[in-house]
Design a protein around this ligand. Structure first.
Ligand code: FMN
Length: 315
């Protein structure tokens, strides 16, 4: 069975990638994911705040308090010993400091670089156009600085996501990762405090990225990676059917251990065997918007249909 896929110009032995998360916090865990069959590992992010101050920031999780030098050393060790492509990750909201570290990540041997522009657009004085421009400026600055492929990990909250994806594509993003999962604070009613919750994702959460991957597949030069909600091989298969070139997973590997990447791959193979597919290429994108008989399924027409099925259920 041929599970190969090409993601951001990299030949991967299968589509399952360990997403940026604490799975990459130490070399043993990176190797476990690699040994289990993960095709690539995205390192946890270096945060812009760390790069600017050179020190820990109060809101970084403990696992991420490594200094940039240690990060680069771990990345370089992973590149030398894991035997699969290792991607770096930078997380921030401005381009300051990024370009320098993008180069260092490249020098450390990363096969590619993921940019996570984690921004909550809450400033009433800042327009959507301002935010879009900042994203593009960061991408262009990093693309100019490195030769390795660069992926943009996107927020789902752009008002015109299709257009934004096209703009990233024009600016030569090598891949788009759909989506970044923004953490949403809750309230602790006993302590009367804002609670920073870190819930793991559920399989139901694949639907937002699934729809967008299905709608963008075949329309861009950039590769597409799915991120959010992969718990079993079924979600991997669905994302590939929608047209993802690679499928990333974080929550499932944190919960079940990095070896769980192997289970996801086995379940993908098992599904391919039952459906008699010999290669991932054979079915990738076959349920994308372009490929399905009724493309409206992904848009407004489907909403009307869904409401009708709801009414039928009530009758
Ligand atoms: C504990 C934890 C830490 C994470 N750290 C990062 C990070 O450093 N950089 C990043 O881009 N994404 C980070 N993520 C987000 C994941 O890469 C992923 O996009 C998100 O969890 C959705 O995928 P999942 O449903 O498979 O968990 C983190 C996720 C978790 C759960």
């Amino acid at each position: 069975m041929n599970l190969k896929t090409t993601y951001m110009g990299l030949e991967l032995k299968n589509p399952v990638i360990a997403a940026s998360s604490p799975v990459s916090q130490n070399i043993d865990s990176i190797r476990s994911a690699a040994d289990a069959g993960a095709a690539a590992v995205v390192m946890f992010s270096l945060f812009a705040e760390q790069l600017e101050t050179g020190s820990e920031t109060p809101y970084l999780p403990d696992v991420y308090t490594v200094d940039p030098e240690a990060y680069l050393n771990l990345l370089s060790l992973a590149v030398k010993t894991a035997g699969i492509p290792i991607l770096g990750s930078l997380n921030g909201i401005t381009s300051e400091g990024w370009v320098e570290y993008a180069k260092k990540v490249e020098q450390a041997g990363a096969a590619g670089l993921e940019l996570n522009i984690y921004h909550v657009a809450a400033d009433p004085g800042e327009t959507g156009a301002d935010i879009e421009k900042r994203h593009l400026d960061i991408l262009k600055a990093v693309k100019n600085a490195v030769r390795i492929p660069v992926a943009m990990k996107l927020s789902p909250y752009f008002s015109s996501l299709g257009n934004m994806a096209g703009q990233f594509d024009d600016a030569e993003a090598d891949a788009l990762v759909l989506f970044n999962r923004f953490y949403q604070p809750d309230f602790d009613l006993d302590a009367m405090e804002v609670e920073a919750t870190l819930d793991f994702s559920t399989a139901a959460e694949i639907r937002l990225p699934l729809r967008w991957i299905a709608m963008l597949h075949g329309k861009l030069k950039a590769s597409l990676a799915a991120s959010i909600g992969v718990q079993t091989g079924a979600e991997v298969v669905k994302y590939l059917l929608a047209g993802a070139d690679a499928v990333m997973t974080a929550s499932a590997l944190i919960k079940n251990g990095p070896e769980y990447a192997g289970t996801l791959i086995k379940e993908l193979q098992e599904w391919m065997r039952i459906k008699e597919y010999d290669s991932v290429e054979q079915f990738k994108g076959t349920m994308s918007q372009r490929a399905v008989p009724n493309p409206g399924e992904f848009e407004r027409a489907n909403y009307i249909k869904v409401l009708e099925t709801y009414r039928r259920k009530q009758d």
